[in-house]
Design a protein around this ligand. Structure first.
Ligand SMILES: O=C(CO)COP(=O)(O)O
Length: 246
């Protein structure tokens, strides 16, 4: 089965980043393209600059966040319509850095996912437990309730969405959960989202561990931070060998 590999550049990238996209396009082999769909989510300021290079490289673009309204008096915000207008096809919502830094809760994340759907974008809904929840053995319960609340109304624009499990203690730390942990949480998410919604894993995915992670049952792709910034590193992940779990 094809995997979905998404790069989240976070607050990184200035003009000139086009060359990373072009380089990635050069690195992707026909076999890579057969095995994976590739999406890059740069800062909103770069979307317009990267559109041509991304199209030439066969890569889709996404936003990293959106407002719940299409337009209006919301200083400093970017709407899903604006992201779509700038060339995005996807939008990350509910990333743990937004939940932590901006107090976003799952009900707001759901409203953002629905706004993305109304704008014709595919939302990538992030969930994941804090270190203290993990240590207390509450990961499954916490993630289960996050996804139950954040899941959009299926009736909106066909309702296609993607989920991403990113345990906060694994984001940017170099620590990766045991495969059995990832498997258990993905199985819990699957129960809520059903068989057709891709579930990505995110948190310290690198070229070296990507094949193993992408071989875990119910891991349909990966959401990558640091290792998506350089085309070579990102390509190492996309070209990793995984085994299908049917
Ligand atoms: O937050 C992430 C992707 O959204 C994961 O970040 P890292 O890959 O840098 O751990």
């Amino acid at each position: 089965m094809r995997r979905l590999i998404v790069g989240n550049w976070k607050m990184n990238g200035l003009r000139g980043a086009e060359k990373e996209i072009t380089r990635l396009g050069e690195l992707l082999t026909p076999d890579d393209r057969k095995r994976a769909d590739v999406v890059v989510c740069p800062p909103a300021t770069l979307l317009g600059c990267l559109v041509e290079e991304a199209a030439a490289a066969g890569i889709e673009l996404g936003g990293q966040n959106c407002h719940i309204r299409p337009s209006g008096a919301h200083t400093g915000e970017v709407s899903a319509e604006m992201l779509a207008d700038a060339g995005a096809k996807w939008c990350i919502v509910g990333h743990s850095e937004r939940r932590q830094d901006h107090g976003e809760r799952s009900a707001l994340v759901r409203a953002k996912a629905e706004a993305a759907l109304r704008a014709g974008l595919t939302p990538i809904i992030c969930v994941g437990e804090k270190p203290e929840d993990h240590e207390a053995g509450r990961a499954e319960a916490v993630v289960g309730s996050q996804i139950e609340v954040a899941m959009p109304n299926i009736g909106i624009s066909g309702g296609r969405f993607v989920t991403a499990y990113e345990p906060i203690w694994a984001v940017g730390t170099g620590v990766v959960p045991r495969p059995s942990h990832i498997e258990a949480i993905h199985a819990r998410i699957r129960k809520t989202v059903g068989p057709d919604t891709p579930i990505l894993y995110g948190g310290s995915v690198k070229g070296k561990n990507a094949g193993g992670i992408l071989s875990i049952p119910n891991v349909d792709g990966a959401l990558i931070g640091g290792a998506s910034l350089k085309a070579e590193d990102f390509h190492e992940i996309i070209s990793a060998r995984w085994t299908d779990h049917g």
